[in-house]
Design a protein around this ligand. Structure first.
Ligand code: BG6
Length: 489
């Protein structure tokens, strides 16, 4: 439903996320008539820019969308202003508080798109000026902290200014259409749920592969790495959506309670088993999408003044997770994610067990597994791989073919970006698709020992050539179990 004019303050307003994702998402919503005039979008960062300078910066980030709709874009830019502020200095905060105070009836959203070390300073200042009162909300980007202890500190400190119902911990994967479609598929069809368990499912694979490198985000990324950047949040959230018990309703807490139980049921990966269950890698020079690209270290050095020679940060992770509960006993969940891989593809594959007995002559060909493939991007869609008879009189030959549903073809609409939906959910105050504090903690409780095991091992991430599927050890990780990564794209 439509929202009233609101105030959105983006801390980290000149950063990659703001320019590449948040502002384009807001523009698209504006074009669709979802953002009323009178709304104020205020970029905040340390750079000394004026409103015009900021508008120019964001125009570059909108990748031509502006050119397609110049009239609307001009009108949109009128909503956008800029304030230079440093979270650690007093200067400018009085004026900023006055500016926000000019619209006491607006819902206020403070979007923390900065490094997590600044969350607390920013929130304390917002609290000092009373900007946490009334219809005020704070949005925290992931990863929240870099381990359980730092996440707790941030949650406590932010929590001393904003209460839990005002706090929106964003994981934009939850706003992706296919992820929500998983709820519809699982709980809107009688077909899947009876099979959705260890008796019928052989294993699950979740792949989030990117062709991009670290780009401008080297200083953030080198402190994070793929496990903190992708696995602790996006990939575990996907795993939860696949594995959770049916919630009693779609109310925010009913869904989040079920996800939390899954996180609590993950079997620990630690010093004892990390070497068998995980693989981490770091890209070297190679080529993606037909272009030669630098290795990770050289890419980092492009963006930073202090040259580094070595980094232990992983740009690729593959791991085998298990959920210790009745539904999933013995069903591996293979997760893999990385930068500078062969293709950009994110998908969830649910692989079913084979039929118990084959009635076919060996010459009919092998019986393949049924696989349900949920494609998140690109080309969002759902495929269900079935065994059928090859048509014609030449005897019974088996073929493996997909029932194939592409969202673009079926609905003829361009998928909207996850942020478009999530930002407006914050304005509306709907937390269903956001992480509750206990989920973040449970995810860190599981991820922390993996990071510790890697550190304790003293080993470096395995090198892989940019444009490949990561270190060969990640293929071995799944092939050891007699399974293969999905290749039926
Ligand atoms: C972000 C990560 O959360 O997700 C990035 O910090 C990553 O490193 C991005 O590139 C991927 O998002 P998407 O929507 O492009 O798959």
């Amino acid at each position: 439903q439509p929202v009233d004019a609101f105030d959105l303050v983006i801390f980290g307003g000149t950063g990659d996320l703001a320019v590449r994702k948040l502002l384009p998402a807001l523009f698209h919503r504006y074009v669709d008539g979802q953002i009323p005039d009178g709304t104020r979008i205020i970029g905040v960062a340390r750079e000394a820019l004026d409103d015009e300078g900021y508008r120019q910066q964001i125009t570059a980030g909108l990748n031509g969308a502006a050119a397609q709709n110049p009239e609307k874009f001009k009108a949109f830019l009128k909503l956008v202003t800029y304030r230079p502020l440093d979270a650690r200095k007093d200067e400018g905060w009085d004026e900023f508080a006055k500016l926000i105070g000019q619209q006491p009836d607006h819902v206020r959203v403070f979007y923390l798109s900065t490094s997590p070390d600044l969350f607390v300073d920013i929130c304390r200042r917002l609290g000092h000026y009373g900007l946490n009162k009334g219809e005020s909300r704070v949005v925290m980007e992931k990863p929240i902290g870099r381990d359980l202890a730092s996440a707790n500190r941030i949650n406590d400190d932010v929590g001393s200014v904003f209460n839990e119902s005002q706090t929106f911990r964003i994981d934009h994967y939850l706003g992706k259409e296919t992820v929500q479609n998983l709820l519809a598929l699982r709980f809107g069809n009688a077909l899947f749920e009876p099979l959705w368990n260890a008796e019928h499912i052989d294993h699950v694979q979740i792949t989030v592969a990117e062709t991009l490198g670290v780009g401008r985000r080297g200083s953030y990324y080198d402190n994070a790495g793929a496990l903190r950047d992708m696995v602790q949040n996006h990939m575990l959230q996907l795993l939860c959506m696949v594995a959770m018990e049916p919630p009693s309703s779609l109310s925010p807490d009913a869904v989040r309670d079920e996800k939390l139980k899954v996180l609590h049921s993950l079997k620990p990966i630690n010093d004892e088993n990390a070497a068998q269950l995980t693989v981490r890698g770091q890209y070297r020079a190679g080529a993606t999408e037909g272009q030669s690209v630098k290795g990770y270290i050289d890419e980092l050095n492009e963006d930073s003044k202090n040259k580094i020679e070595k980094s232990q940060t992983e740009t690729f992770v593959a791991l085998k997770a298990e959920i210790g509960n009745w539904r999933w006993a013995g069903v591996p969940f293979y997760l893999r994610t990385g930068k500078r891989l062969a293709e950009r593809v994110s998908e969830i594959v649910v692989a079913f067990k084979p039929v118990p007995h084959s009635i076919f002559h060996p010459s009919a060909g092998p019986l393949a597994q049924n696989r349900l493939v949920l494609r998140l991007q690109p080309d969002e869609g759902v495929k269900l791989w079935l065994t059928i008879k090859h048509p014609g009189p030449g005897g019974l030959r088996l073929r493996h073919v997909p029932l194939d549903m592409s969202f673009a073809e079926a609905f003829g609409v361009q998928q909207s970006d996850a942020y478009e939906r999530l930002i407006l959910d914050v304005v509306r105050g709907n937390p269903t698709l956001f992480m509750r504090r206990d989920e973040v903690e449970a995810a860190w409780r599981w991820a922390g020992p993996i990071l510790a095991a890697w550190e304790d091992s003293g080993e470096s991430p395995r090198p892989y050539t940019a444009g490949t599927w990561g270190p060969s050890a990640s293929v071995a990780l799944i092939e050891r179990d007699g399974r293969t990564w999905n290749e039926d794209n």
